[in-house]
Design a protein around this ligand. Structure first.
Ligand SMILES: [Zn+2]
Length: 263
């Protein structure tokens, strides 16, 4: 029977914890690596919905992109949601592994998957990893096969990812070809991406001030939504793990969804 430890080792190969940002909290962050991993669920975030799915379906290991706990935690009590979830999951024997920024930056990680899906080739990291500058690193920058307008590119993303909404910053008729990606909350990548020649940054979400910065530097910015810029990769990860560990049942959480609605 596959042990949680074997899954941790596989994940650390695929999305190395050594690539994670210093402020991050990655790897096995709750649980017992020596237990069997019969049921494994991936998710973007441990929420009341995904946690109850895990408990009801007797999950042994949650692989959650976003860490829980994320920040330093001195008490595990039920009066706050994050620590209540930790308490409930621990009692149900559920472990948590988080690859987070290691997965964002890995050679085949989320930013590379975004580029592959968007037809962005000849990619390189926006911020190369110091130890291995050629391949992994934070964000990606590359080229579309031919120039397109910002409007057409944004519309294609909306269709390809089946997005309920999408926000765009910049001149919709401007031609773009050199594109950067930064999954999740990636507004802080803008200046480095522009310095590397990016005409457009595709990210999940950005602050108003990052959006103004994009306008001021004549760069396009496409906001897919944090959830949609990363959730697809959680589904890919579940498929990869399922193929690797045939004796475990692996699936992506069916209960988690984008918390944002449009009215
Ligand atoms: Zn994220």
């Amino acid at each position: 029977m596959t042990k949680i430890q074997s899954i941790c080792e596989f994940l650390d190969q695929f999305a190395p914890t050594s690539l994670a940002e210093e402020w991050d909290n990655v790897g096995l962050i709750l649980g017992d690596p020596n237990r069997d991993a019969k049921q494994v669920m991936t998710c973007l975030t441990v929420t009341p919905e995904s946690a109850s799915e895990a408990i009801e379906k007797n999950v042994d290991l949650i692989v959650s992109h976003h860490p829980l706990p994320f920040s330093a935690t001195k008490r595990i009590t039920t009066d706050r949601t994050p620590t209540r979830l930790i308490w409930e999951l621990a009692q149900a024997g559920v472990s948590i592994y988080s690859p987070h920024t290691g997965f964002d930056s890995a050679v085949g990680g989320i930013n590379q998957m975004l580029c592959d899906r968007l037809g962005i080739a000849s990619t390189a990291p926006v911020i190369p990893n110091r130890k291995n500058p050629e391949m992994p690193g934070a964000g990606r920058i590359g080229k579309l096969s031919s120039p397109t307008t910002l409007r057409e590119f944004a519309e294609k993303i909306k269709v390809d990812f089946e997005l309920p909404r999408l926000q765009v910053v910049g001149d919709l008729d401007a031609k773009v070809q050199r594109i950067a990606t930064a999954c999740g909350s990636g507004g802080s990548f803008l200046s480095k991406a522009v310095a590397r020649g990016a005409e457009c940054l595709v990210t999940g979400e950005a602050t108003f001030h990052s959006v103004l910065e994009a306008r001021a530097s004549n760069a396009g910015m496409i906001l897919m939504g944090h959830y949609f810029s990363e959730r697809f990769a959680i589904e890919v990860l579940a498929e990869k793990m399922s193929a690797e560990f045939s004796d475990a049942k692996v699936w992506a959480s069916e209960r988690e969804c984008d918390p944002l609605q449009s009215v």
